[in-house]
Design a protein. Structure first.
Length: 240
């Protein structure tokens, strides 16, 4: 006769191991770039003051927490936009003109043609974004002036580089102050953009650039080694 097996006490049922709690999601770098992209576009199209944070959130398809994770305030977002313009100057504004032509003087006029294209595309309703912000927030947000001024200084520095590359095609110092000429070219561009926006057409812009071209012709005629330039089409640039 087989021995009877007495069952032992039932084993307690153990709960399945708890899953580790997922860390809170952190907005990624792509989110920050998207916010900056949208803010740049809206500040340019509508102006800084007219652009509400809610519009930026809607256009960027992000929630308020994601925006404020990167930018604690609208002013901080403006700082981010201005810093991005500083970073974009070489790859987006200056380098394409250097790729279009090896002629340093023609690079100046290729750059002016690039801004002309922006006016043409917008129907003369949107100007230089840095110039717009300088007028709109320079007084109300004086802490932004340094970044705006940095954008202008770097723009002039890039043009000055081309003027230096022109060598003896332009008069030497002290007959010609190339630093002052670079800032003068910036003044011509910004003033011409403003006048074309006011007029609603490209006539003031073209007239200003034509006068600058005539001035360069005089400079080259007075230089030690004038050289025939290779002209660049004025309307083939694409707005970046």
């Amino acid at each position: 006769m087989d021995a009877q097996v007495t069952p032992g006490p039932p084993k307690p049922v153990q709960d399945p191991p708890a899953e580790a709690e997922a860390p809170a999601a952190t907005p990624g770098v792509g989110t920050k770039d998207r916010i900056l992209d949208v803010a740049m576009r809206l500040f340019h199209e509508q102006g800084y003051n007219a652009t509400g944070v809610s519009t930026i959130l809607r256009e960027a398809k992000v929630n308020a927490g994601s925006l404020y994770h990167f930018f604690p305030s609208k002013e901080a977002l403006l700082v981010g936009v201005l810093k991005r313009y500083v970073d974009m100057l070489e790859p987006v504004v200056l380098s394409p003109q250097e790729e279009r032509t090896d002629d340093p003087v023609e690079r100046v006029f290729a750059l002016l043609a690039w801004y002309r294209m922006g006016l043409e595309i917008s129907g003369c309703t949107m100007g230089c974004p840095i110039g717009n912000l300088a007028l709109e927030v320079g007084d109300s947000h004086p802490e932004m002036r340094e970044l705006i001024h940095l954008n202008f200084r770097n723009w002039a520095k890039g043009v000055r580089r081309w003027l230096d590359d022109a060598g003896d095609r332009l008069p030497p110092s002290p007959k010609l102050d190339r630093e002052a000429l670079a800032h003068f070219i910036l003044t011509v561009m910004e003033g011409a953009v403003m006048q074309s926006r006011a007029a609603g057409d490209l006539v003031p812009y073209d007239a200003s650039v034509a006068q600058l071209r005539a001035y360069f012709d005089l400079l080259e005629a007075a230089a030690p080694a004038p050289r025939k330039r290779a002209k660049v089409p004025a309307r083939t640039d694409r707005l970046q």
